[in-house]
Design a protein. Structure first.
Length: 376
């Protein structure tokens, strides 16, 4: 696969962290939007991005761009692409699209015409057509159509990169893995820091911190990517890439990672998820109230993700919880960077400390902030 434009999709709020990641890999950043970043490279770079990115969701490799006015023209232009050299005839194919064209009322129709063009061409040249369906577990083609401009990508990720594969027991409303990784990055965690995560729930944030501090890249926990289902997939290069990444993983870290929760089932789930991620031995789990969380000597970061009612006064217990977090910071976390992740500015004010930074994020569709405090 020759060098081409690569677009990486990302949830709103995470693009600054994604940009840092891409630049750290030595790749150019050619454009940035609130929900995507563009770079360039060949299939090797696409595989590397899938292996190493902590905050990106989909790595899209551009294969064509053309003018297109309606569905018939879409079929005609797509039929010109050499699909028989890209997708095996015995593969499973999924088409996803983002369409805004006045002739298209339902994006599913664009998906169908795109799929038909692909499988009809492969059928004509190979005598067999790929199976197709909605599951993004095989080859995935992504169609981006705006007015009369259409761009076609291979989704080299397949399922979103947020699905690391380690969270077997998610519990209720867990923080998405990529969001947790962004929050950890926003805490400015670095080698030698401890990481303390009271109210850890199913452990996602503590696990992402452990992956970061140990140098374990998130792609090592996944068994399937979209690029594995394309003709020309270089298995040898992929295995060498993974081996190089594994060779840099630390078996121990020179600091402590502590995760606590007052729910015994949450700690049990977090421990099992950490084991699946390969970092259980790096995290100390305890069942206790957040205020009783053991805090190692500084430096480090202590991050909490408490519940947030949408209006101050809805729940008096939440007011007391946020005030308690402020007391916990003052009494037990001196020398640390403190962090509270919440969508409720009123409750955040109950912490009683002046935030050094307020880092914006979006959790699902809810605008949130990570309030970062220097705890002198």
């Amino acid at each position: 696969m020759l060098k081409s434009n690569i677009v990486i999709t990302v949830p709103e709020g995470l693009c600054p962290f994604l940009k840092t990641e891409v630049e750290s890999l030595g790749l150019p950043v050619t454009s940035v939007t609130p929900t995507s970043l563009s770079t360039e490279g060949a299939s090797t770079e696409a595989m590397l991005l899938n292996l190493r990115l902590r905050t990106g969701h989909h790595v899209l490799f551009q294969i064509a761009a053309f003018r297109c006015r309606d569905a018939d023209e879409l079929y005609k232009e797509l039929s010109k692409i050499l699909w028989e050299t890209i997708i095996p005839s015995d593969e499973y194919l999924t088409v996803v699209s983002n369409v805004r064209n006045p002739t298209i009322r339902d994006a599913r129709f664009a998906n169908m015409r795109c799929k038909d063009a692909i499988v009809d061409r492969i059928q004509a040249r190979k005598g067999r057509r790929p199976d197709s369906g909605p599951e993004q577990t095989g080859a995935v083609v992504s169609l981006y159509w705006r007015d009369e401009r259409c761009t076609v990508y291979l989704d080299t990720s397949g399922e979103p990169l947020s699905r690391r594969g380690y969270r077997r027991i998610p519990l209720g409303a867990p923080m998405q893995e990529t969001l947790a990784a962004g929050v950890v990055m926003a805490s400015e965690l670095k080698a030698g820091d401890s990481f303390v995560n009271p109210m850890c729930g199913s452990g996602t944030m503590a696990i992402e911190a452990a992956l970061s501090l140990s140098g374990r890249v998130p792609g090592l926990t996944r068994q399937n990517f979209g690029f594995m289902h394309l003709l020309g997939f270089d298995m040898r290069a992929w295995e060498e890439m993974k081996a190089a990444a594994k060779g840099k993983v630390l078996k121990t870290v020179p600091s402590q990672i502590i995760a606590t929760d007052n729910n015994e089932k949450a700690i049990e789930a977090a421990r099992k998820n950490a084991a699946t991620a390969g970092v259980e031995q790096l995290i100390r789990f305890e069942v206790c109230d957040y205020a009783d969380t053991p805090v190692p000597p500084p430096p480090g970061a202590v991050i909490l993700n408490p519940a947030y009612g949408m209006r101050l006064g809805d729940d008096k217990e939440l007011v007391e919880t946020y005030r308690g977090i402020g007391a916990f910071f003052k009494q037990k976390c001196k020398g640390y960077r403190g962090g509270v992740f919440t969508a409720n500015t009123g409750l955040a004010g109950q912490v009683g400390l002046k935030a050094k930074r307020k880092v914006p994020f979006v959790n699902g569709k809810i605008e949130c902030r990570l309030y970062v405090y220097d705890l002198y």
